[in-house]
Ligand binder design. Structure first.
Ligand SMILES: [Mg+2]
Length: 203
């Protein structure tokens, strides 16, 4: 359970994006298919990856940075196509907007660590007027090892020059929790934060 003490001494709150702050309307299955076909056409091998990150991992292994950049662009275009259909997760959006009014959180800094592309992250945050609340964003293009690898969380730590115990990470999946664990950073499901918000605040 999340309570006030969960934030004790925290300096940085990190959020995942999709399913955590907003719900993107992206057909991931379709995108995965596009990438699967592209992979086959390009390397003449099949890659039955479970996730887009699996595909990216294979390309990193091949040291094909050029292809990686192409794929980031394809994913970005695909995500952006339906950005206007993005829905807010209202409790979390209100929490972010009001965070400076919460006494024990008024100095806290906010960051994003997401598997979505930077453009998608920024545009989604802008849709609900919270983009200026974030000091640092790590998106898909900013790492070469994706969740549950903790590279992104560790980059956020170095950016702010803090210790892992100063940070808390909220996401909507088991993979987010594992990613936090791998970085030795407290990680909590967003549903627990929503419950905490609903029980304590009336923004
Ligand atoms: Mg998510």
């Amino acid at each position: 359970m999340l309570d006030k003490s969960s934030f004790y001494k925290k300096k940085i709150i990190i959020f995942d994006l999709d399913g955590t702050i907003v719900d993107l309307d992206v057909d991931w299955k379709y995108l995965k298919n596009i990438l699967r076909n592209r992979y086959h056409a390009k390397y003449k091998e099949y890659c039955e990856f479970r996730s887009i990150s699996d595909c990216l991992n294979q390309i990193v292994k091949k040291k094909d940075e050029e292809e990686l950049l192409e794929i980031f662009k394809i994913v970005e275009d695909f995500e952006i196509k339906t950005i206007d259909k993005t829905k807010p997760i209202n409790e979390v959006i209100s929490f972010i907007k009001n965070i400076s009014n919460i006494p024990f959180l008024n100095n806290i800094k906010l960051a994003i660590f997401s598997l979505n592309t930077r453009k998608t992250i920024i545009q989604a945050l802008k849709l609900f007027n919270v983009s200026n609340r974030f000091d640092f964003i790590i998106g898909k293009e900013d790492v070469r090892y994706w969740k549950p690898n903790p590279e992104g969380l560790l980059k956020i730590r170095s950016f702010f020059g803090v210790e892992t115990e100063d940070m808390i990470y909220f996401g909507d999946t088991e993979r987010d929790l594992i990613t936090g664990k791998n970085a030795n950073i407290d990680s909590v499901l967003i549903y627990d934060l929503i419950e905490f918000i609903v029980n304590n605040y009336n923004f």
